[in-house]
Design a binder for this molecule. Structure first.
Ligand SMILES: [Zn+2]
Length: 453
């Protein structure tokens, strides 16, 4: 390939021992090795890849590293706007005013990294975001490969991971089951008819549940753990929601649950007709089951939490401030979120970190973040401060199946990270989110976030 193998060997070795921070590889190559731009971007990415291969024991087969992995700067001669385009991009027209862009900068400083800590990928730019050790329900060290995008997020996660590892790692708790839900809706003309329907449905339920489980849920050891009846009214129409809640130990179960409830609708309609219950309409009423809607009451997904324990004096040293400042930092955000959104739910940094993992691994659900919420919590226990995040409804299935096939690149990324099961995915998601939040909280407390220059 002509890539400077000795250089890659040298830099990757120093990244591995911690002598070079992975995100500094580019500047070290320019400043200390007299490498030339823009070739140094590829050398730096190769060095990080080699380091990751050695840490994990796997080889990259699918995650491609392009020949020219960097951005080029362009300038519009008419409005002076500066543009960053990937080097292979030949569409060099200003999207402000349609003028032809001109090269901007000298031969050395015209180039910019695709993303921080870039390691490969064409459609998604993957970053290396350090390793994080977890213990508790999962014992493992994850090697984080994320499609975070531009910005410093992947560096923040790396730094957070480094801190958490030094503190002994993150303790994780992972829910035994992943939940799914699908809802049947019926519309009636009067309340009497609705009550009759509820009585018939409840009597029919044991038979129906068994059929649904055997026909649709048994394949992945799923079961129905709850059926909820809720009455609502709109003007002169009377509704019932009959919501079926299912759970699976190793699958997502969303598609199977939908099929089972579709089947249940046909069976229930027939039962109502046979028992003389007159309904105006029967339907799968998805508004109630929370399908793909971000909400603290979301009925889908798996609970996972990750927390780190820090002696209070150590935290005060790290944050360069008193522990009370951490508590009021948490409270001002908690009130902000509660008053603005109506629930104690954060999706701030997590709203970027969780999609970075979903995008990188392509694990279902396809819309990356919609059904997952995040809580950040801080507790004082004796001499220690506990800093944690919980993801109450993180959705993930098996890491490639009928419900969500995954491309080979993403499967390879999963393997490198160390994720083989949906529980490991959950643990990694929580630990990576914790690392990001932990580091960001420290930066906020030190007054180092979004500092104007
Ligand atoms: Zn322009």
């Amino acid at each position: 390939m002509g890539d400077n193998e000795n250089l890659v060997e040298d830099i990757s070795g120093k990244i591995k021992t911690g002598e070079i921070q992975p995100w500094k590889a580019e500047s070290v190559l320019l400043e200390e090795y007299e490498a030339s731009a823009p070739e140094h971007f590829r050398t730096a990415a190769l060095s990080r890849r080699k380091c990751i291969e050695e840490l994990s024991g796997f080889k990259f087969n699918y995650l491609e590293l392009p020949e020219k992995p960097y951005l080029m700067q362009w300038r519009c001669p008419k409005d002076n706007s500066i543009w960053h385009l990937e080097a292979r991009d030949t569409d060099t027209v200003c999207t402000n005013c349609s003028s032809a862009l001109e090269p901007f900068g000298t031969d050395v400083d015209r180039f910019r990294p695709l993303v921080n800590n870039y390691i490969g990928g064409r459609e998604e730019y993957y970053s290396y975001a350090g390793q994080v050790k977890v213990f508790g329900d999962i014992d493992k060290t994850f090697t984080n490969l994320l499609a975070y995008g531009p910005g410093f997020g992947s560096i923040g996660i790396s730094v957070g991971c480094f801190r958490i590892n030094k503190l002994g790692g993150a303790e994780v708790k992972v829910g035994k089951w992943a939940g799914a839900a699908r809802n049947l809706g019926y519309v009636f003309e009067c309340e009497e008819e609705r009550e009759k329907a509820v009585a018939v449905a409840k009597e029919f339920l044991p038979v129906l549940r068994k059929e649904m489980e055997e026909k649709y849920l048994a394949e992945f050891n799923g079961g129905i753990y709850e059926v909820e009846f809720v009455r609502r009214q709109h003007h002169g129409q009377f509704y019932i929601y009959i919501c079926f809640y299912t759970r699976f130990e190793h699958a997502r179960g969303h598609g199977d649950t939908s099929s089972a409830v579709g089947y249940a609708r046909g069976r229930m309609d027939a039962e109502f007709t046979e028992k003389g219950v007159a309904y105006i309409q029967s339907l799968i009423a998805m508004g109630f089951d929370g399908d793909l809607k971000q909400s603290p009451r979301n009925r889908r997904g798996r609970y996972v939490s990750a927390q780190v324990k820090v002696p209070i004096p150590a935290y005060e040293k790290m944050s360069k401030t008193g522990i009370d400042k951490l508590l009021s930092y948490m409270e001002i955000d908690r009130q902000g979120v509660m008053q603005e959104q109506g629930g104690f739910v954060y999706s701030g940094m997590g709203g970027e970190i969780i999609p970075a993992l979903y995008r990188g691994t392509k694990v279902n659900p396809r819309p990356y973040n919609v059904s997952c919420t995040e809580n950040v919590y801080v507790e004082i226990k004796g001499e220690d401060v506990i800093f944690g995040v919980e993801l109450p409804n993180l959705e993930v299935g098996a890491t490639s199946n009928r419900e969500g096939p995954i491309c080979p690149t993403a499967r390879e990324v999963l393997k490198f990270i160390g994720i083989g099961t949906s529980k490991e995915f959950a643990a990694a998601a929580a630990a990576i989110t914790l690392a990001g939040e932990f580091n960001f909280a420290l930066l906020h407390l030190r007054g180092e976030m979004y500092v104007g220059k």
